[in-house]
Design a protein around this ligand. Structure first.
Ligand SMILES: Nc1ncnc2c1ncn2[C@@H]1O[C@H](COP(=O)(O)OP(=O)(O)OP(=O)(O)O)[C@@H](O)[C@H]1O
Ligand SMILES: [Mg+2]
Length: 363
């Protein structure tokens, strides 16, 4: 337990750092900077993070304290806030990084911070679900929930940025990176090949849950590549494909008609790489469309247990798949759109910016 004056001092520090200006970086900048991971550059990178991370973390800690409907006081949200406070302290109490050995210790420390925050998304989801249960009997909550959705968008967007910065810095220490890989960025990522991997993963989850899985056809040139973060693209594709498989599966499960395959089309434009995930799973009612990008909307029946590191391992449940995927797309200047034909199927358009020079959105 921190003593009263210490707690007050930390609160003051958080207030001060939380009002400083954040500095964004672009995919292209990370790629250019990371292509020369010299000792000097790693030191510069650590020094940048030592100043930038506390600013970003403090902002989130401040916001976590004043959420509407008493969400801030839910045990799960308090837990998340403590992680942010601990990480803020870890970085602020770390001595100024001046040389190689400081840099190594600093890198170990931020690597640990990243692990500490692994379960932020399901833990926040739990807090939001607790709140939703409390408010079930009050009618007028919908307007107020917009505020929570907007908060969660800012919060998760910021989290993507923080994890990208830490992950990139840590990964630049790899002594034998694979050819074409700069930190977390794969400069020659084949979206078709990655789609194949994401589809296998989604199908095996579907098989496990339903005992069968619709086929998936992928159209596009497997030799086409562009620079992107493979883990981000994998996450987005996995979420979209899971949604499509679930829709098709549920629609055809008890019928003897032929199951129509899910189709994935990869287009390489000059500005964007666009990936369309197209299914004949019956679509989404127009009245439900405004809600699919909110964090509380899911038509899944049994929300999964929210206490393990099982992000993405079930077919459906939290209602987080689409909003989070759209944040990942927007993080590097892309976007995600869903077009539905109720009674037929759904097309998801994932646009990824090819130029890579849009700056991080900094909520
Ligand atoms: N391809 C699709 N066809 C029909 N309905 C869809 C499709 N994609 C999404 N939906 C609807 O939108 C809702 C929200 O999707 P989202 O991926 O955000 O959450 P989820 O799949 O319910 O849970 P999870 O967080 O596990 O992804 C789904 O519950 C489903 O009702
Ligand atoms: Mg989903």
């Amino acid at each position: 337990m921190a003593s009263e004056p210490v707690a007050r001092a930390v609160a003051e520090e958080i207030g001060r750092w939380g009002s400083m200006k954040q500095t964004g970086v672009s995919l292209r900048y990370m790629m250019e900077f990371g292509s020369r991971p010299t000792e000097r550059n790693l030191l510069l990178s650590a020094q940048f993070l030592q100043r930038e991370l506390p600013i970003r973390i403090a902002r989130r800690a401040l916001e976590l304290e004043c959420l509407p409907f008493g969400l801030s006081n839910k045990p799960a949200v308090l837990k998340v806030r403590d992680w942010y406070l601990d990480s803020f302290r870890d970085i602020r109490f770390f001595p100024e990084v001046r040389n190689r050995s400081d840099e190594h210790a600093f890198t170990q420390m931020i690597k640990m911070i990243k692990v500490r925050h692994n379960n932020v998304v399901p833990t926040m989801a739990l807090g939001v679900q607790q709140l939703k249960k409390d408010l079930r009997n009050t009618r007028k909550v919908h307007r107020g929930f917009d505020e929570i959705d907007e908060f969660l968008d800012r919060f998760y967007m910021s989290r993507i940025g923080i994890r990208m910065l830490i992950g990139q810095h840590v990964a630049l220490h790899d002594p034998n990176p694979e050819p074409g890989v700069i930190g977390l960025i794969n400069t020659r990522l084949s979206p078709v090949q990655l789609a194949q991997i994401a589809c296998e993963d989604a199908r095996s989850i579907c098989l496990r849950e339903y005992g069968s899985a619709p086929d998936i056809n992928i159209y596009g040139d497997p030799k086409f590549t562009f620079p992107y973060v493979a883990s981000h693209l994998h996450l987005m594709l996995l979420e979209l494909v899971k949604n499509s498989l679930r829709a098709v599966q549920e629609r055809y499960m008890n019928s003897d008609r032929d199951v129509p395959p899910v189709r994935i089309i990869v287009a390489d434009g000059e500005e964007d790489v666009t990936i369309k995930v197209s299914d004949e799973g019956g679509g989404i009612a127009r009245s439900g469309l405004p809600r699919i990008f909110t964090y509380l909307y899911s038509t899944a029946k049994n929300p999964p247990e929210l206490d393990g590191p099982n992000e993405g391992a079930t077919m459906a449940g939290y209602g987080f798949g689409l909003p989070i995927s759209r944040l990942y797309a927007r993080y590097f200047g892309g976007d995600l759109q869903i077009i539905s034909m109720e009674g037929y199927g759904t097309d998801a358009y994932l646009h990824l910016s090819r130029l890579g020079d849009s700056e991080e959105p900094l909520p």
